[in-house]
Write a protein that binds this ligand. Structure first.
Ligand SMILES: Cc1ncc(COP(=O)(O)O)c(C=O)c1O
Length: 390
């Protein structure tokens, strides 16, 4: 195993890797995997990467699962970072890139985290895995479980677009629809996981999804010639990608791959569910539960994130911000990306385009700054719930 130890993100407890562990047993906070970065730096060199796999596993020194034969892979990661000049012009910007995650297996960035997490679940001896999901994580869990011959259980809000159900079930997973939001689905999932001994892969409840997601940070740096942009906009539900990228930058600097310059991290949320935005504006270290959460960008409909304090810390340390957009702005952002650049994005990606428009208008992002916008998934799966808004 390439992981040296697991550190609590809140207290100073550390854990040996190799055990089935969810949260810190002292303070219930997420755990971070730590590696021997000095050793990793000897082989994870810029030149060496040129000939490696065009998948997230190209950064294997800083990923769990040392043995390639134990990696459950469908070709996740190494997605394009597209220069988008027409979109940039429309937004009054000079340089906007879109990190387009829609081409991942199962159509979203969730493939990265779940390739890592389900691989580790199998390595640790799990026979069944489970999580609550807004849709994309569920289908990714199911696909990687199928790939590894594991049983999968997925819990989703009842109003999920039907394609997600069909797809997730096609991979052989058991899918249960739950009244309410992802947090309600999470409670049902956690209860049954305890009862049946399933390995829980809920966001940040196990330490390896964030490891897969952090590869987005490695890729942005590598694709920009080992520099980072001035600003990164990321659609934030549970925030794993933002937290993961922030962790990645620290690792990359420690290994001498980048310098100390960091992008301003922008957490993008929907007006109908903006706990991180509210907490950021109030200068709080964590985000209380958002009441009455609603948005058609279901990945953003997360009223309470386990890693809220990690998201807020990264945003603050980076000098970034948190911003919310309306449903109409999300639709407009999605249409802008489609009509200007030919990318049919998930509404979460559209939200980031809309947020950039807002930040440009308020002067928080200036036209000369380089910006990376994340499109985290394909728009195809959302047609049913987005169509009434178009
Ligand atoms: C397409 C899409 N974008 C963004 C998110 C939010 O991701 P995170 O939980 O990493 O903040 C989700 C989560 O379901 C999603 O499906």
């Amino acid at each position: 195993m390439s992981v040296l130890r697991l550190d609590c993100t809140k207290c100073d407890r550390t854990y040996a890797p190799g055990a089935v562990l969810n949260l810190c047993t002292t303070c219930d906070a997420p755990l971070f995997a730590r590696y021997d970065l000095e050793r990793a730096a000897k082989t994870l060199r810029r030149e060496a990467l040129a000939t490696r796999d065009r998948s997230m596993w190209r950064y294997h020194e800083v990923l769990p699962v040392a043995d390639p034969a134990q990696r459950l892979s469908l070709g996740e990661g190494w997605t394009p970072l597209l220069a988008t000049p027409r979109l940039a012009a429309r937004l009054g910007m000079k340089q906007v890139w879109v990190k387009d995650e829609s081409g991942n297996p199962t159509g979203s960035f969730k493939a990265r985290g779940l390739s890592a997490a389900v691989s580790m679940a199998k390595v640790l001896g799990a026979k069944a895995v489970c999580l609550p999901s807004a849709g994309n994580a569920g289908s990714a869990l199911a696909a990687y479980a199928a790939r590894g011959g594991l049983e999968a259980h997925v819990f989703v809000p009842r109003d999920i677009a039907s394609l997600f159900l069909l797809e997730t079930r096609a991979y052989g997973a058991h899918v249960e629809t739950v009244d309410g939001l992802i947090t309600d689905a999470g409670k049902v999932c956690a209860g049954l996981a305890r009862e049946h001994g399933w390995y829980e892969c809920a966001t940040l409840k196990e330490p390896y999804r964030v490891e897969g997601k952090k590869t987005m940070g490695y890729e942005v740096a590598e694709q920009l010639g080992w520099t980072l942009p001035d600003v990164i906009l990321y659609p934030t539900g549970g925030g794993t990608g933002l937290i993961g990228m922030w962790k990645a930058f620290e690792e990359m600097e420690a290994m001498g791959l980048i310098d100390s310059k960091r992008p301003r991290m922008v957490a993008v949320q929907a007006e109908g569910c903006a706990p991180i935005v509210k907490a950021h504006e109030e200068g709080r270290p964590d985000a209380p539960m958002w009441q009455g959460a609603t948005t058609h960008a279901h990945g953003l409909r997360v009223p309470k994130a386990l890693g809220d304090f990690l998201i807020l810390r990264a945003v603050k340390e980076s000098g970034g911000t948190a911003v919310c957009v309306t449903e109409a702005e999300i639709v407009q952002g999605t249409k802008d990306l489609a009509s200007a650049e030919g990318l049919f994005a998930a509404p979460e990606g559209g939200a980031c385009v809309a947020a950039l428009r807002k930040l440009h208008a308020s002067g928080q992002v200036t036209p000369e700054e380089s910006v990376v916008v994340f499109n985290t998934g394909t728009g195809f799966k959302y047609v049913e719930n987005m169509a009434p808004l178009w």
